[in-house]
Design a protein around this ligand. Structure first.
Ligand SMILES: [Cu+2]
Length: 457
């Protein structure tokens, strides 16, 4: 990968023109491509927020919000975001689940150089798939995501989907104490286990909110797990809800059932039939109430279930010709490497290799090299007692089978929640050239070894 600082230095010179204090977000959906350099001006900056009533939390925000501003684009269109870094440290933006060119993928030293404080970077790419996605840094992830640098990216279908109402719910549990002060984003003994959990659950930055929904209508609920650590055991007891999409890809509509496990980075889209006015429904994580969905009177005629959402244009893997590659995800007792020099702990490995976030050259040693255009089956084997949401950049993959659960209908995703001691088989067409991160989305796991690069050449 070759790049220089020229591009970012030019960017620095332009900052005066932009006016750092002003701005915030601008949103011009439908504006002709030639007339502007970007659709959004997305500033990352410190922001005090009130997560605990009466107390300030020194969060980091995108577009003046934590979680960040909701970005929207239409399927097939360009999304152009000028990312302006007003944080006290370098950062990047990764667009989780979007199939895009490597140079837009936001991975430091692989896709681009980190964007230094005061600099900007223009992200420009087409969004090939409709669905619920999200964005976050790929630098110092534990702290940067922990402080609030996570935000939804919604790609709308090209044609009306049949949903008249929708609502985005960004789930995040904050690492704060009773006074709203940050606690440790990562504790080594937790990183070596399930990951360090934040104690304050929020939806759209509010603890246990009441969300008003129109009675009698079908509402599309986009639930995004933007948390560093937690797998939410989502349930909506007493509700009539159907699953329409998983992780940014449509599925045949099916009842939500008792509970859905949504790992870090994962998304689920539900259609909810909102009951009669005045009814309150709990949205829960296991037995814990995350939010109250309250129906309010609506003058609209009653809605009906929309048809299935149209499939995204993802290449179908050819299983007959596919080569199988095996990946073991393991815990390693060996506590590591250069602790006195400030290097990261190493608790986790993929095929015997631990990623070192302090080593900028790791991506030069990909764990697998795929031939462009060929189909592959990836056998994902979890040899540990903790679950891992396994995420691949740049390409979506199809979940085929598992030794721990029945998979009747394979589905496309960018993240698969690999259960303890589970082996799952997923397949893809290696159709996007580049060096792609392949990692667990429990940030503690990723930052203590559970990451690798897969090359497509
Ligand atoms: Cu993990």
């Amino acid at each position: 990968m070759s790049f220089t600082r020229r591009q970012v230095l030019t960017g620095l010179a332009g900052l005066g023109v932009l006016g750092l204090a002003g701005g915030g977000a601008r949103y011009w959906l439908g504006r002709p491509a030639e007339t502007a350099t970007h659709d959004y001006e997305l500033i990352a900056a410190p922001l005090d927020v009130e997560l605990v009533p009466g107390h300030k939390t020194s969060a980091w925000a995108y577009g003046g919000q934590a979680p960040g501003l909701e970005l929207r684009a239409r399927q097939g269109d360009w999304l152009r975001v000028r990312f302006i870094n007003q944080l006290p440290e370098p950062s990047t933006i990764h667009w989780h689940g979007i199939r895009l060119p490597l140079e837009m993928d936001g991975v430091p030293y692989v896709s681009q150089l980190p964007v230094l404080p005061g600099e900007y970077f223009d992200y420009r790419f087409r969004v090939p798939d409709a669905g619920s996605f999200w964005y976050h840094p790929h630098t110092a992830s534990g702290e940067q995501l922990g402080r609030g640098l996570v935000g939804p990216l919604i790609v709308e279908e090209r044609e009306p989907s049949g949903f008249r109402h929708e609502c985005t719910l960004s789930l995040k549990s904050w690492h704060v104490d009773e006074q709203g002060a940050f606690s440790d984003f990562s504790v080594p003994r937790e990183a070596a286990r399930g990951g360090t959990v934040g104690r304050l659950s929020t939806i759209n930055g509010v603890h246990a909110p009441t969300l008003e929904l129109p009675a009698g209508q079908i509402v599309r609920l986009r639930l995004l797990n933007l948390d560093n650590t937690l797998t939410y055991r989502l349930n909506l007891p007493q509700a009539e809800a159907r699953i329409y999409a998983l992780d940014g890809n449509p599925v045949a509509p099916q009842p939500l059932g008792k509970e859905y496990w949504l790992g870090p980075g994962m998304r689920i889209e539900l259609a909810l039939r909102v009951p009669a006015a005045g009814t309150e429904l709990p949205l829960r994580n296991g037995p814990l109430r995350l939010a109250t969905l309250k129906s309010v009177a609506s003058s609209e005629s009653a809605g009906d279930w929309p048809p299935a959402l149209p499939a995204n244009p993802i290449a179908e893997p050819d299983l007959a010709s596919a080569e199988t590659l095996r990946f073991n995800f393991e815990w390693t007792g060996a506590v590591s490497v250069n602790l006195e020099q400030g290097a990261a702990h190493s608790f986790w490995q993929i095929n015997g290799q631990a990623w070192d976030i302090a080593d900028q050259s790791c991506a030069e040693r990909p764990i697998a090299t795929l031939k462009q255009g060929h189909s592959y089956i990836l056998e994902l084997r979890n040899l540990s007692q903790y679950q891992h949401p396994i995420h691949l950049h740049g390409m979506s993959f199809k979940v085929l089978s598992s030794n721990r659960r029945r998979i009747d209908t394979p589905w496309f995703t960018d993240t698969y929640l690999l259960g303890k001691q589970e082996t799952a088989r997923v397949a893809l067409v290696a159709d996007n050239p580049g060096t792609w991160m392949f990692h667990c989305h429990v940030i503690d796991h990723m930052e203590t070894g559970l990451m690798a690069a897969i090359a497509v050449v």
